[in-house]
Design a binder for this molecule. Structure first.
Ligand code: NAP
Length: 490
């Protein structure tokens, strides 16, 4: 099946190492499926340890020259990359929709979001100031300067094929680091197109190296980078079990780490909330990318006094969502990424129903559309004994819990190992301060469902990981501080 782009050369099916677009050393390729049809439409090289080694050698060789490029010039290259991403947003959106399944308007929105990080870090590149430290004794000058850490390895998931990799590569390049990266097995084409545009923007050969690999080869690629002390930093977005494994495996070479891991976000609607605003916020936060978002509300707690009213308003909105392939211009919910994802949603729904939950709307696969489509679903009568309360569903299903007491709902909201995002709706200013302080998460949406922005620090606490992406702090993840002490000046 073909994919028509205005710029056909953005469909890259080899990967860049040292400026050379190449096949895997093994010569093996693997197929990329369109999740709407569950049919292969392209293939990419299936890299292994030898390709990972070549990518690392290239990144290491390119580092001295790249770190020496003046910050203003690195900034200009990033600014050109941002402009190219926006210029080609429609083609890039088509690539995302095709390999990941999200509706085209959402996919184009993801490109704008990815580009916003590139624009942000183009500006941050020239502002990586250090400190002039007032010396405690005479005759000394004391400085703290920021330096790029060196080669960084980036590993990304499939749910945001452009944004997740852009918000790692952009600060790394801004800081003066060089990069080896492995995109997710399911969604390599978007990242290859991003790399092609980075090259066009002027990123020199060897500064950005990608290795695509099938799931079977993922560990052999990443293990090379984990074991090699030349990789000074690992930045990972994905699941908590894989994040834990990478943290353990980085210990021998003591790499700097950023781990953006799984979530289990609570969304609390208090009795004094603006219910229309709360439903709007939940629809935006929950159903983007068919619910396959790390900051998706996974548990919705609604005060008993407004529970039935809220559920009725929510069900009215959810039941009319248009589920369709991304090729349908009106699509609001696309397919899930693969059959495993559909099976997980189905398992959560069936487990909840078996334990006494009530199905308000949805609850079925949609085989007429394709094997990976699932109806947007609302359940009520859920409780903490159900699988959906402890595990990320990562699909278009909203479980509504009923609560009566602020103290008790906060204990439930925090009663998870995860701590990425949380949301609450209330009009009581004192409660806003209390609840915002009590929630154990890296991001808190207060009367707001769409919280992510390039200007804000994004990241979790507890089992959702550590490190921040975006904001002025984002570039610091790719730099270390060097203290310079000059004596004998008196
Ligand atoms: P995943 O299974 O952890 O995979 C993420 C990346 O790690 C993929 O590139 C994957 O390669 C690779 N990988 C898997 N096993 C590996 C191993 N043993 N060694 C080295 N690399 C390995 O996560 P996912 O299912 O793709 O993504 C969904 C998860 O990401 C959810 O938990 C979600 O909450 C989380 N997420 C978090 C954030 C955040 O900012 N906190 C953002 C988005 C998503 P393959 O593709 O080949 O398996």
């Amino acid at each position: 099946m073909s994919l028509t782009l205005q710029r056909a050369d953005l469909l890259r099916t080899t990967f860049p190492v040292g400026g050379d677009w190449r096949e895997a050393v093994s010569g093996v390729r693997y197929e990329i499926e369109d999740p709407a049809l569950a049919q292969a439409f392209a293939s990419v090289p299936d890299g292994d340890a030898r390709d990972a080694q070549a990518a690392l050698d290239a990144a290491d060789a390119a580092f001295p020259a790249w770190r020496a490029v003046p910050a203003r010039d690195r900034s200009r290259i990033l600014a050109r990359w941002n402009a190219l991403l926006l210029e080609h947003r429609e083609d890039l959106g088509r690539l995302i929709s095709r390999e990941q399944g999200k509706p085209l308007a959402e996919a184009i929105g993801e490109i704008a979001y990815a580009a916003s990080y590139v624009e942000w870090f183009a500006a941050e590149a020239v502002r990586a100031y250090g400190d002039v430290i007032p010396p405690p004794v005479r005759g000394r000058q004391m400085l703290a300067v920021k330096e790029p850490v060196g080669v960084i390895a980036a590993i990304t998931p499939w749910n945001f094929p452009a944004a997740m990799i852009a918000r790692k590569i952009a600060p790394a390049l801004a800081a003066g680091c060089t990069v080896v990266a492995k995109p997710a097995e399911d969604t390599p084409l978007t990242s290859l197109a991003l790399a092609a545009l980075a090259e066009e923007a002027g990123v020199p050969a060897g500064v950005l190296n990608l290795v695509t690999a099938s799931r079977a080869n993922a560990a052999s690629v990443v293990d090379v980078w984990l074991a090699d002390a030349r990789v000074r930093k690992l930045t990972f977005t994905g699941s908590t079990p894989v994040g834990r494994h990478l943290a353990r495996a980085s210990a021998d070479t003591l790499k700097k780490l950023s781990l953006e891991l799984g979530g289990n976000a609570p969304f609390i609607v208090f009795e004094d909330a603006d219910l229309d605003a709360a439903v709007d916020g939940l629809m935006a936060a929950k159903f983007r990318n068919a619910g396959q978002t790390c900051v998706c509300p996974n548990r919705v707690y609604v005060h008993a006094a407004v529970h039935d009213d809220f559920v009725a308003r929510l069900a009215a909105r959810v039941s009319v969502l248009k589920v369709a392939p991304a090729t349908d211009a009106d699509a609001q919910i696309g397919p899930l990424i693969n059959l495993r994802a559909v099976e997980k949603v189905e398992r959560h729904v069936q487990d909840a129903l078996a334990r006494g939950a009530r199905l308000v709307t949805g609850g079925q696969r949609l085989p007429a559309l394709g094997p990976n489509f699932y109806q947007p679903t609302v359940l009520t009568g859920v409780d903490g004994s159900m699988e959906l309360s402890c595990e990320e569903t990562f699909g278009p299903m909203v479980p509504v819990f009923r609560f009566e007491d602020e103290h008790a709902v906060l204990a439930e909201a925090n009663g998870t190992p995860y701590g990425l995002a949380s949301y609450f709706y209330t009009r009581d200013v004192r409660r806003i301060a209390r609840v915002a302080a009590a929630l154990e998460s890296g991001l808190v949406g207060i009367n707001e469902g769409a919280v992510a922005a390039e200007a804000a620090p994004f990241g979790g606490v507890k089992a959702s990981g550590y490190g921040r992406e975006g904001a002025r702090q984002g570039i610091e993840e790719y730099m270390h501080l060097k203290y310079l002490c000059q004596g004998g000046l008196d």
